[in-house]
Design a protein around this ligand. Sequence first.
Ligand SMILES: Cc1cc2nc3c(=O)[nH]c(=O)nc-3n(C[C@H](O)[C@H](O)[C@H](O)COP(=O)(O)OP(=O)(O)OC[C@H]3O[C@@H](n4cnc5c(N)ncnc54)[C@H](O)[C@@H]3O)c2cc1C
Length: 265
Amino acid sequence: MPYTSVIAGLFRQEQPQIALMGATTAGRDLGPRVSSALHSGLTADCTSLEIGDHYVKKTDTTYKNLLYQIRPAFGGNIIATIINPDHRPQMATVREGVMKKEIVNRNYRGELKRINVSEFIRPEDLAVEIIERHMEARRVDIKSAQIVVAGGYGMGSKENFNLLYELADVLGGEVAASRAAVDAGFAGHERQVGQTGVTVRPKLYIACGISGQIQHTAGMNQSGKIIAINNDSMAPINSIADYVINGDVSEVIPRLIKFYKANAR
Ligand SMILES: Cc1cc2nc3c(=O)[nH]c(=O)nc-3n(C[C@H](O)[C@H](O)[C@H](O)COP(=O)(O)OP(=O)(O)OC[C@H]3O[C@@H](n4cnc5c(N)ncnc54)[C@H](O)[C@@H]3O)c2cc1C
């Protein structure tokens, strides 16, 4: 999320005065500092945002157009909606992938303010000195994949995950996993989708042997189309899937690979 959106949100005078930052390393560092300086409060790592009203019975007051800052709480056992009725701006950091990437409008012209940071920050404010920068190439990038083939505990083993790599290869996608699959050692944590993993929003998400617990679906339910492959016709994932293939992954996936290989142009 570009910081221009933060600045725009901060200084816009009309309601609801919202300031958002990406829950990236930089956003998580900068967000609390800005909110502390403004005495505004901040909800970190939101997985969803909405606008709505809030009625306080005690004072018979209705607050209009508040930002509902939605995120898991208490170890992920509840999804909390947090509001900030009294202070402005309403601030939140938002997980990558939560917001849909819009197509860039090249004609849009924002106001660019160049601020000389050295006027505001003294050398003694900087407690950390960067001695050397070492950038390591990201090996797995499931966030920007348009097709994600995800495997769960129902895949049965690390070896069976090879079927997912093969399917992802044929489709030009990436392989992801549920936490149960990661915990079982079928895939690395960098591939985990969900509340304690990453949030993805691909055009197509194929969930193979994944039951569809809320902690998993929170990280993929905004996918364009969802295909669920599961041998349990009552699996919760089926209720959010656009297409359900009721069957054993070890039979269905090889048939999909064969079909796509035969029909790929
Ligand atoms: C605080 C907290 C945070 C969490 N964060 C995450 C998170 O980030 N991501 C996440 O994924 N989970 C997370 N979890 C765990 C989550 O609650 C579930 O336990 C997990 O998502 C289950 O993974 P699964 O669906 O792969 O496994 P299971 O729930 O065991 O489901 C396996 C599925 O595979 C099907 N299956 C079995 N064999 C076959 C077969 N041969 N062919 C086809 N289908 C088959 C079964 O019918 C079942 O639906 C979190 C939990 C907590 C408490």
